[in-house]
Design a protein around this ligand. Structure first.
Ligand code: FES
Ligand SMILES: [Fe+2]
Length: 378
């Protein structure tokens, strides 16, 4: 049997088996996911406040595609392909920055305005049939959702607000400073695991007090009995009320601190965007698992904090703790999990879904797998 013929019955997660292992390492599946999920979905680029001045830009790679999102002279955001219209040269290599004046191609010096229109092309004045108006950078659709800029390569994609209907209201309940954020830092890590292996790990509470020591520290900040994992179609939440008895968090005393929320708040939007806040932190995290190859992903951890409040020591400590402790503890699991998936002794696993323990359920893992499967096979 080839992988194209491999099917999975997702209808009953309680009696059935989990998504078969080859879906997590097969090149054919990966190609299908690229074409049917990532070329059609919305990709989070950054917060609108990163685009406050003309020339502010962020570059987003989606497989071999590269898109520039930039603020024009009139303050409006435009997204366009990062490829010169002359011979296709890539224009900007940095992830973010500010382009004063023009975007100049390094090859033959075609210069584009901050809205992507072509301003100057040397030695073209005698060409026939050449009008600069026709040679601006090709635009890409963008939308603003919950204070963040999203792009899609699909002209016909449904709006983010429609795909994630209800998600913004849920975010605003827990993250009151959503419009008032600035980027504090961004950390990229390349992980030897399929992007879905990384997603699975983040959307279940089963491993919290069963895996490594850092997870137990996080669990101690949450009233874990109240942890709830809820699917809403193309988005989902996993939310835990605070342990109100906590005196310190991430090694720092809580007294005198400020926070967006004392809850452990997470919201995922299919396929690979997560917004979250750790308990007692004054930040909004953006966690994205970007597929590179079937068994390699780029994890991008963006940390946003309120622009008119100093970052409290607890929040600083939480960001450091995520980068150096919790993140690595999960990444180690992602890597060992990926290796094990190849075993002749595995094949497919079992979802742990128990009505008596909804807080530790793997119901979202099944939900996510089902969305992935349907996207490529139905
Ligand atoms: S490729 Fe850009 S100016 Fe020639
Ligand atoms: Fe984890």
């Amino acid at each position: 049997m080839t992988i194209a013929q491999l099917t999975w019955d997702y209808s009953d997660p309680r009696t059935g088996t989990s998504m078969p292992a080859p879906f997590f390492f097969d090149q054919g599946v990966f190609n299908e996911e690229k074409a049917k999920i990532f070329m059609n979905c919305w990709h989070v680029v950054g917060h609108v406040n990163e685009f406050s001045k003309p020339g502010d830009f962020v570059v987003q790679e989606i497989f071999e595609q590269s898109v520039i999102v930039m603020t024009g002279r009139d303050g409006r955001i435009t997204a366009f392909h990062n490829a010169c219209r002359h011979r296709g040269n890539r224009l900007i290599e940095e992830r973010r920055g500010n382009k004063v004046g023009v975007i100049r191609c390094g090859y033959h010096s075609w210069c584009y305005n901050q809205d992507g229109s072509l301003r100057a092309a040397p030695r073209t004045e005698n060409l026939q049939n050449f009008d600069k108006k026709d040679w601006g950078l090709r635009t890409v659709r963008h939308e603003i959702f919950a204070g963040f800029v999203f792009i899609t390569l699909d002209e016909n994609a449904r709006p983010v607000a429609e795909i994630a209907s209800g998600a913004e209201a849920e975010m605003r309940k827990f993250l009151p400073d959503l419009d008032n954020l600035v980027l504090s830092s961004e950390t990229d890590v390349v992980v030897d695991a399929n992007w879905k292996v990384i997603q699975e790990n983040s959307i279940e509470g089963y491993h919290f007090d069963l895996s490594g020591p850092v997870h137990k520290d996080l669990a101690a900040l949450i009233n874990f009995e109240g942890y709830t994992l809820t699917p809403y179609g193309d988005w989902w939440t996993y939310i835990g009320p605070p342990n109100t008895g906590a005196k310190e968090a991430y090694g720092v005393p809580l007294e005198g601190s400020t926070w967006q929320t004392d809850w452990f708040f997470n919201i995922g939007i299919f396929p690979n965007t997560t917004f979250y806040s750790f308990p007692y932190t004054d930040m909004v995290g953006v966690f994205v698992m970007i597929p590179l190859t079937p068994e390699k992903s780029l994890l991008r951890f963006g940390y946003y904090t309120p622009k008119d409040r100093p970052e409290p020591p607890v929040t600083k400590a939480a960001i450091e703790w995520m980068n150096t402790q919790l993140g690595p503890e999960d990444i180690e699991l992602n890597v060992t999990n990926q290796k094990g998936l190849h075993s002749f002794g595995f094949g497919a696993g079992k979802y742990i879904i128990d009505d008596a323990r909804p807080n530790q359920s793997e119901n979202l893992v099944h939900h996510f797998h089902t969305l992935c499967y349907k996207a490529i096979r139905e």
